[in-house]
Design a protein around this ligand. Sequence first.
Ligand code: XBP
Ligand code: MG
Length: 223
Amino acid sequence: MIERLEALIFDVDGTLAETEEAHRAAFNQAFGEAGLDWRWDQGLYGELLKVTGGKERIAAFSGRPAQDPFVRQLHGRKTEIYAALMKPGTIDFRPGIVELIAEARRRGVALAIATTTSRPNVDALIAAVLGAEALGWFVSIACGDRVPAKKPAPDVYHLALSELGLPASRAIAVEDSWNGVRAARGAELTVIATPSLYSAGDDFSEATLVTSPDRIAAALGWS
Ligand code: XBP
Ligand code: MG
């Protein structure tokens, strides 16, 4: 239940932007560079996305441990490739997200990020769409590599709330996947779900509202 909305906590991949096709391309390019005959098509990637975290996803596919030096090196190269794909003009936020962020700032509602993805990916995406200075708009950027357990564990949302200095009752999470909704609910947050390219078939029954990003402001009574 929301007492007084003081913060919006955004998931990144699939929520701020439809980034998973860029992630998939980066994985496949890193595999090719490493001389691997691995290729993740959309069908396989849709299944692999049930595993959050790129290193964990490679581990689930290959049978190697996520902390295996080979997996870490492969994922590091994938992250470099992904960041290079995030250039102004090549990626946009989902319709309504830029306006929602601007309205939250106008109303003095704090902004935070709670994501499984790696920090360099967040920096590259925000810089490409909003400009690097926009990173300072977010009171907390809670990434998967900062917490012990990735989504659907609530860790990143607990970290975001802690850095916001707010109880869950003063914030709303915006998520695109079952893993994300479960993580936010695990932190007792109210969740608005915005199904995305790869998550349309997910179970959103724990979300308070299922909508598209361009309708969130109206749902909050902001327009
Ligand atoms: C989505 C994820 C991430 C990305 C890939 O994160 O699960 O693993 O698919 O990024 P979220 P990495 O929806 O929580 O933003 O390779 O850096 O993990
Ligand atoms: Mg997501």
